[in-house]
Ligand binder design. Structure first.
Ligand code: DOR
Ligand code: ZN
Length: 419
């Protein structure tokens, strides 16, 4: 064995003391005790599968002053995330096969494994679907992405070459110009617009979609009724229009009222949805502008798991739900041997010492954008992170290697609910 990691493992749905044996980047054995010279003994640490973040914007190419595949993947590693799925609203957007192939080369500097979404639209070709991990369909418009509302044509494209497809669901006909503050932004892109979009697309007989960033319980129910899998974000779970973030809190779909946020949290606790970060870094200068001019989006790839682990410690959410939403279910949805502490899976692990609970401050930020909307929130950052068998974080410091990450290619659309 190359490495044995020992601690309190999240195994078979609960926590138990044990060892994970690793060889050639895979988990080869899980047992109470395992012998090996190379061992990482982490008593009292909770060891869960490495996080899988199904929704990040690492801004390469075109906006590498905000993030790039190296800095973004490093930030992910600091947050215990060992896989990310990047979005296509870059400059240029990932629209043609050549765009994707160039992006694949750029992403080779990633320190953790990754997938890349291609942009679904009128020029989409089968070869692009074969080479990308999946599609991103912007049915609603957002930062750097035009909406594509031709449902009939999208149905044809998706039927002719099936791929995992993430939907940005905001009904464009219900959207207004941005408001002047968070309350106005919520009204301008109303909470009903998500359910309206999901319903409309489902009624046209498109199956097997994955709905990104559901900002309300209503959107989650509607996705479930349509048989779609669904994602919520950390920001929609924890932040609302009552926050004092101003332009920093501007995001699409918007932060909602506290009452809507509470209902979303409850529905998330009930199970089914995954949690992604929708890590969308913008510069502080851009965010400091007048609200209407500030671009929408906020970072979160490194805060997602640590904040949820702190909430689990506080008893606000069961750890099983955190692991399911952040690690296991994303792996299942993408059909990967990842996201589970199971023999045969990739050796992606994150170890958390519950005694290391702290409040997030500016010093916690590794993302190139240099800010976080989660200042003051409690978090437990992982002390050690293993990505496909290699230590990438040790005692909280980055020890990973540029280029260690590997591309995960084509993922099929989940059959049935995929949930
Ligand atoms: O607020 C958002 N920002 N929503 C998106 O859909 C895109 C993202 C970005 O890329 O900045
Ligand atoms: Zn996004």
């Amino acid at each position: 064995m190359d490495l044995v990691v020992e601690g309190r493992l999240f195994f078979a749905g609960g926590l138990t003391d044990g060892c994970v044996g690793i060889k050639n980047g895979k988990i080869v054995k899980i047992a109470k005790t395992l012998g090996s010279q190379d061992r990482l003994s982490l008593p009292n640490h909770i060891i869960i599968p490495g996080g899988m973040d199904m929704h990040v914007h690492f801004r390469e190419p075109g906006m590498t002053h905000k993030e790039d595949f190296y800095t973004g993947s490093k930030a992910a590693a600091h947050g215990g995330t060992t896989f990310f799925l990047d979005m296509p609203n870059t400059r240029p957007p990932t629209k043609y096969l050549s765009d994707l192939m160039e992006k694949r080369t750029m992403a080779e500097k990633s320190v953790v494994d990754y997938g890349l979404h291609a942009l679904l639209g009128p020029v989409s070709k089968p070869q692009l679907a074969e080479e990308a991990t999946g599609w991103k369909w912007y049915y609603g418009p957002s930062t750097g992405a035009e909406a594509w509302t031709d449902i009939a044509m999208a149905k044809e494209v998706l039927a002719s070459f099936s791929s995992f497809t993430t939907l940005h669901a905001e009904e464009p006909s219900l959207l207004d110009n941005p408001g002047t503050d968070l309350v106005g932004h919520d009204l301008a892109r109303p909470v009903d617009s998500e359910a309206a979009a999901i319903d409309k697309i489902a009624r046209e007989g498109i199956f097997g979609l994955h709905v990104a960033h559901c900002s309300s319980a209503q959107a989650l129910y509607t996705a479930k009724r349509a048989g779609y899998s669904a994602e919520v974000t950390l920001h929609h779970l924890l932040l609302d229009t009552g926050s004092d973030l101003g332009g920093y809190g501007k995001v699409n779909p918007p932060l909602r009222k506290k009452i809507d946020r509470k209902a979303l949290w409850q529905t998330f606790l009930d199970g089914g949805s995954v949690v992604a970060s929708d890590h969308a870094p913008h510069t502080m200068d851009e965010k400091e502008q007048e609200f209407q001019l500030a671009p929408a989006g906020m970072p979160g790839v490194e805060e997602r798991l640590p904040v949820l682990m702190a909430l689990a410690k506080r008893g606000a959410v069961p750890i099983e739900r955190v692991v399911d939403a952040c690690c296991e279910k994303p792996g299942r949805l993408l059909g990967l041997d990842k996201g589970r502490l199971t023999e045969g899976c990739d050796a992606d692990l994150a170890a958390f010492d519950p005694r290391e609970l702290k409040e997030i401050n500016e010093g916690c930020v590794n993302s190139k954008c240099g800010w976080t909307p989660y200042l003051g929130q409690e978090a437990i950052f992982p002390s050690h992170v293993v990505a496909r068998g290699k230590l990438v974080v040790e005692k909280g410091s980055f020890v990973g290697e540029k280029g260690h990450g590997r591309y995960v290619g084509h993922a099929d659309a989940p059959s049935g609910e995929g949930a």
